[in-house]
Write a protein that binds this ligand. Sequence first.
Ligand code: TRP
Length: 370
Amino acid sequence: MKKTIDPWNIGGFENYQMLLDEFGMESMEKFRLEYDELRYIRRGIIFGHRDFGNISDSIGKKKPFALMTGLMPSGAMHFGHKMVADEIIWFQKKGAEIFVCAADVESYLMRDVSFEQAREIAVKEYLENYLALGLSPKNLTFWFQSDYLPEYYRLRDMASKRVTFNELKAIYGELTPGKITSVLTQVADIVHPQLPELGGPRSVVVPVGADQDPHIRLTRDIASRLNAKREGNKQDLKCVPPSATYHKFMEGLQGGKMSSSDPKSFIALSDDPKEASKKIMRAKTGGRPTVEEQKKKGGVPEECMIYSMYLYHLIDDDIALSDIYHECRNGTLLCGEDKKNCAELVEKFLVKHQKKKAKAAKIAAKLVSR
Ligand code: TRP
């Protein structure tokens, strides 16, 4: 049977190489040097892409391009989710027009979150955090899947008409009506920045976790079939197949999956800084059973959740990071001290961030009141 990826259930999804080998995703290696200013690209955390060449070209030639991505408002925004926020902000600085969708239809259908709850989570947890992290409200469209433009819903209908049930089954395996609606809505999310009403055909980059690739593949297929008469609309539609970047997932603080339903597995951006620091002190490390053994053999940063917090978020300076790596490896830096340093960094970050978030609340409210 052909392999499929289930974007709603990615238990222990780690086989990134398989995505490159079997699903036609391309390696990000080629762009690593050119875009090394973004930590996630420099460190290979953004490991794959589709058609990133289009985006690179737009950045290089200063041609208009857009970024579109979405969030599923089902729980707290944690450090795993922060990656996408940082990516959006970086692309915005590179000149992208930004489209961010709160996938409240998807969270209603797939996670049983009410529309009211989803709205609250999307604004308080996500939008305010994005703004606090540095997203500019200029050039930003933020919307809810359940409450948007008529043209967007017509686009979803057009997408529905241009795909067969067998194609969907080949991509997703098992399907439910809720999945089908979520998927077709996401196709509209990704394509709609290219509607004539919203800026017309141009390159659009979709930064996502690797689990979202099935949606990207489907959207790219459908996009090529949309270049046709737009039923019921004055202007025809033309669109460029969307580009995507794919990042790896952070593991949970205790090892295993970082999961919104298990608060011990993550640090939320809204966690009390002191509580967050305690979570760090309890995190899984790559340490040995005894201090003696660790001094002799050294620790294993590759298996350490503290190291992964540095790698993904807390230490941007490669030399500082490499120092820690080697001190751990050669047994001079022990886990207790390392955790304490990390806990301090997290605490400081959260205190500062939460002040910014409080200030962002007004701007967020204004953005969604339109
Ligand atoms: N399905 C995404 C998730 O589970 C959310 C989402 C909805 C999205 N629409 C999107 C992501 C468009 C990227 C592009 O998180």
